[in-house]
Design a protein around this ligand. Structure first.
Ligand SMILES: *Cc1c(COP(=O)(O)O)cnc(C)c1O
Length: 219
């Protein structure tokens, strides 16, 4: 099936309140262009250098989301244009994003990534660390970042009950820290293999790659 057909099939499954991020990492510009021509305007990448090259070449009404792990020394390369950073996992990183956003006179929207997988391999804050950021006074002094919500990745498994349990845990946490953060509107959970479960568990933003663009080739 074509990228256009894949996109329209996925959109049929998405409630209005759920935003689709098309994860285009490793994919060539012509694939992004095909998605763009099918109406897609939000793209997710996990490497800053690759995202910046694509931002330079693609139409300027695209929103670029950084969904990967972010190294502090690379924030400066995306601060001019990035519209949402999903993978913020420390106050230190938040401070660096604030500093770079300020240089560009921007406010950069961020999500805090929480470690929800029962497996041990994925990045993210523990619940205790998340609550510490919520309670920190320093966070309130960061005028050029806005914490819009939480992001999580479930364990890579066929066990649907486990995936559901992990998403449910994050949704509960999302609800309980709402007040601390003065209101959150984005819960970024769900990828190609698990987005339907994520939506049932309260996702407001899904990040879908291979179901749109096909399997990725890593060299
Ligand atoms: C690659 C990636 C996705 C998309 O994965 P698919 O299984 O191809 O849909 C979503 N979120 C993050 C953080 C990713 O790195």
């Amino acid at each position: 099936m074509s990228i256009r057909e894949n996109l329209s099939q996925i959109r049929e499954h998405l409630p209005d309140k759920v935003t689709l991020v098309a994860v285009s990492k490793t994919k060539p510009l012509e694939d992004l262009q095909a998605a763009y021509e099918a109406g897609q305007r939000i793209f997710g990448e996990n490497k800053i250098q690759e995202m910046t090259l694509k931002w330079e070449k693609m139409p300027k009404d695209i929103e670029w989301h950084m969904i990967g792990h972010v190294q502090r020394n690379k924030v400066k390369y995306m601060a001019a244009y990035v519209s949402l950073i999903h993978g913020v996992d420390s106050l230190k990183l938040l401070k660096e994003i604030n500093k770079q956003a300020k240089k560009h006179e921007r406010i950069i929207d961020c999500l805090l990534q929480v470690h929800i997988a029962e497996e041990d391999t994925k990045f993210g804050l523990s619940e205790v660390e998340l609550r510490a950021i919520a309670a920190s006074e320093e966070r309130n002094t960061l005028e050029n970042v806005r914490i819009k919500g939480l992001m999580g990745m479930a364990t890579f498994t066929d066990d649907k009950a486990q995936i559901r349990r992990e998403f449910e845990k994050l949704k509960n946490l999302y609800d309980t820290v709402q007040i601390d953060f003065g209101g959150l509107s984005i819960l970024s959970i769900g990828m190609s293999g698990d987005y339907k479960i994520a939506i049932e568990e309260g996702s407001t933003m899904v990040r879908i790659g291979s179901s749109i663009f096909g399997a990725r080739n890593y060299q």
